[in-house]
Design a protein around this ligand. Structure first.
Ligand code: IMP
Length: 176
């Protein structure tokens, strides 16, 4: 499969994703029993994962989509913009951030610090994918779908230069 100048091959099928997302939702339901968290999906990449995860959650929950961006092309620029969105008050709320992928962890760490400074009751994160740098740095992600090495991936909401988000499976980049 080709997107612009890059070649990709299938890495995780839609069926495997569905199974894992269902299991994550069950675990979250269990952990947040008697609580009513506010889910904060980070746009754009997490929209598909967030929708599927929410369909499997039974607990009463709210959702507020937020946006931040630190990526251009296939490498992190390290430049962080601030969190925009969350019009709801997060004071004294149990917040669960929904991410597509944690790579260096810079994005997530910044968001978690920002949210904690707002007087939230708790702040945790669920990420569909986690890359090696975040694993090595022991970035604080409570729920993880799949661990990757350093692969650049697209599909299931994730993009290469804006393309590939609509693919239902996850693909990894092949060396040219
Ligand atoms: P971090 O700040 O380095 O952890 O970058 C996290 C963000 O970069 C994710 O939320 C994604 O939007 C984006 N990102 C990181 N790796 C990939 C990838 O392999 N494909 C698409 N987007 C990625």
């Amino acid at each position: 499969m080709k997107i612009k100048d890059l070649k990709f091959k299938k890495l995780i099928t839609a069926g495997t994703i569905e199974e894992r997302v269902t299991a994550l939702a069950a675990q979250i339901d269990q952990d947040y029993k008697k609580k009513s968290p506010i889910l904060l999906p980070i746009l754009n990449g997490s929209f598909m994962f967030a929708a599927d995860l929410m369909k499997h959650l039974i607990l009463p929950c709210r959702v507020s989509f937020v946006k931040i961006s630190s990526y251009a092309g296939t490498a992190s620029t390290g430049q962080l913009k601030t969190l925009i969105g969350h019009d709801e008050s997060l004071f004294n709320q149990d917040v669960l951030i929904i991410e597509d992928i944690v790579d260096t962890g810079l994005t997530l760490q910044k968001i978690m610090a920002d949210l904690r400074s707002l007087g939230t009751k708790s702040v945790e994160a669920v990420s569909l994918l986690r890359k090696m740098p975040a694993r090595e740095k022991k970035i604080d992600v409570k729920y993880i779908g799949f661990d990757l090495e350093h692969e650049f991936v697209v599909g299931y909401g994730m993009d290469y230069d804006g393309l590939g988000r609509n693919l239902k499976d996850i693909y990894k980049q092949l060396e040219n």
